[in-house]
Design a protein around this ligand. Structure first.
Ligand code: HEC
Ligand code: HEC
Ligand code: HEC
Length: 118
């Protein structure tokens, strides 16, 4: 499985990166605000740590984005769980309102077209 990586090193040629996750160019997407506000990688990429080969686990359609943008609170997680790809909400997870306040997610409409189409 890792042969292409070894070849890349030996031949000093960059790996050919085949994209799995891609949104069209007319969609504005920025990782940093999501990570900073408690949205874990696995929400959009699935349980990467347990995939033998990367596959697209989530649709990443407009509907998918909007489902969360309408009501992000219940999907946010504590900062130290951002990279935990098998994390799920449990009894120890702070309430949605607590996380929203902690991350300072403002009361603004995240469903306006211009948020994602600029
Ligand atoms: C809110 C959804 C969301 C979250 C959370 C998220 N990503 Fe992404 N990620 C995307 C989208 C959408 C793209 C495609 C962006 C594009 O087309 O420009 C992407 C692309 C990527 C790519 C390139 C994938 C490829 O096929 O080439 C990597 C690597 C990546 N993300 C890693 C991460 C990591 C690591 C985290 C957590 C720290 C993370 N992402 C969190 C939505 C997300
Ligand atoms: C699980 C929840 C969740 C998902 C899924 C999600 N987002 Fe977000 N998104 C957020 C939160 C939370 C914020 C931050 C709101 C704030 O604090 O202003 C945000 C902010 C944004 C912003 C605003 C950035 C800015 O600087 O104004 C854009 C653009 C965005 N998201 C695009 C997307 C796109 C495109 C997708 C789908 C590929 C997506 N998001 C999926 C939760 C989510
Ligand atoms: C949270 C981010 C987000 C918001 C807000 C958003 N969109 Fe989108 N939109 C997307 C993404 C991601 C895609 C590409 C994936 C897809 O086609 O589902 C998309 C695709 C589209 C497309 C192309 C559909 C196609 O079949 O090719 C249109 C048209 C569109 N959006 C219009 C709108 C309008 C109008 C609004 C406001 C009412 C809006 N969008 C708000 C994320 C968003």
């Amino acid at each position: 499985m890792l042969e292409p990586v070894r070849n890349s090193l030996r031949d000093d040629r960059p790996l050919v990166w085949r994209r799995v996750t891609d949104v069209p160019d007319f969609v504005y997407f920025d990782h940093s605000i999501h990570i900073a506000k408690g949205v874990g990688c696995s929400i959009c990429h699935g349980d990467m740590a347990n995939m033998a080969l990367t596959y697209k686990a989530k649709s990443l359609t407009m509907q998918f984005c909007l489902d969360c943008h309408r009501d992000p609170g219940p999907r946010l997680r504590p900062k130290d769980k951002i990279y935990d790809t098998s994390w799920t909400r449990d009894a120890t997870t702070p309430a949605p309102e607590v996380l929203l306040a902690q991350y300072g997610v403002p009361q603004r409409s995240l469903t306006d077209c211009s948020i994602c189409h600029r």
